[in-house]
Write a protein that binds this ligand. Structure first.
Ligand SMILES: Cc1cc2nc3c(=O)[nH]c(=O)nc-3n(C[C@H](O)[C@H](O)[C@H](O)COP(=O)(O)O)c2cc1C
Length: 242
């Protein structure tokens, strides 16, 4: 199994300590991206990635190699400390640069482990935010470790180990889970925008080129009859109103 670790903490202390403990339960190849070392400039809001194509981002030389690593791995471990009740600016900046993935989801076969550390508050909310973002990117299943570590001498290794072992079993099973209704909903929202009369160029190209335009959800993922029907109904509805 190939694991890609994206560390959104500027240092290698508590958050990275949790990553290391989780890693000790996993077998395979690991690649680490420390966003602090990547020196990604702040997203300038040009909208090029969303409107024209991700290759037109002025920082694509920094972002696309990381996306390529995400394409190549089986599973992603993505981590952040809580800063002012949110993700670190490092991780937020990365997420701003990858906002186009909301419009053009992929990673339907990938599993993820979200790691969040905080002194005392915000860890659940922040883990939920990262989870939501990953699901918008198409990630099949998101596991979470969100720990309040303030005032503790040592990490709660039993909690970390339990979550990491579940993650490992899931990754190694290669079993793809049924998406949530909300995942199917957003898939169809973007799909219908891509085939609307006035689509964004990059979206229209992506949905056609990948063939996703003909799918009810990521093609590798099985939908039961209810979700298939839901997908078609939602798509029909969006086509009507757009
Ligand atoms: C700028 C900054 C903002 C922080 N904001 C919060 C916060 O809102 N709530 C909280 O409980 N801890 C907060 N913390 C504490 C960190 O979340 C906590 O110490 C975390 O485990 C640090 O992880 P690290 O060792 O990977 O940097 C903040 C720390 C910093 C440096």
């Amino acid at each position: 199994m190939k694991y890609l670790i994206i560390n959104g903490s500027p240092r290698r202390k508590t958050t990275y300590g949790i990553i290391k403990q989780a890693k000790s339960n996993l077998n395979g190849e690991f690649e680490e991206v420390h966003l602090m070392e990547e020196q990604i400039p702040i997203c300038v809001g040009c909208m090029n990635c969303i409107m024209i194509g991700e290759e037109k981002c002025p920082h694509s030389d920094k972002i696309q190699p990381i996306i390529e690593k995400m394409n190549q791995c089986d599973a992603i471990i993505i981590a952040s400390p809580v800063y002012a009740l949110n993700v670190s600016s490092l991780l937020k900046n990365f997420m701003d640069h990858t906002a186009y993935l909301y419009h053009r989801p992929r990673f339907f076969t990938k599993k993820a482990l979200v790691v969040v550390s905080t002194a005392g508050a915000g860890h659940k909310k922040v883990a939920k935010y990262i989870d939501e973002t990953l699901r918008h990117w198409g990630v099949n299943k998101v596991h979470k470790i969100a720990l309040a570590c303030g005032g503790k001498e040592t990490l709660e290794t039993s909690k970390i180990d339990k979550a990491a072992i579940n993650f490992k079993k899931d990754v190694e099973s290669r079993k793809l889970h049924s998406p949530k209704f909300s995942d199917v909903f957003y898939f169809n929202l973007w799909k219908s925008l891509a085939v609307s009369d006035n689509p964004m160029k990059a979206d229209a190209e992506y949905w056609r080129k990948t063939g996703l335009v003909n799918c009810d959800y990521g093609p590798e993922v099985n939908l039961n009859i209810v979700k298939k029907l839901f997908s078609k109904l939602i798509f029909g509805f969006f086509k009507l109103v757009m």
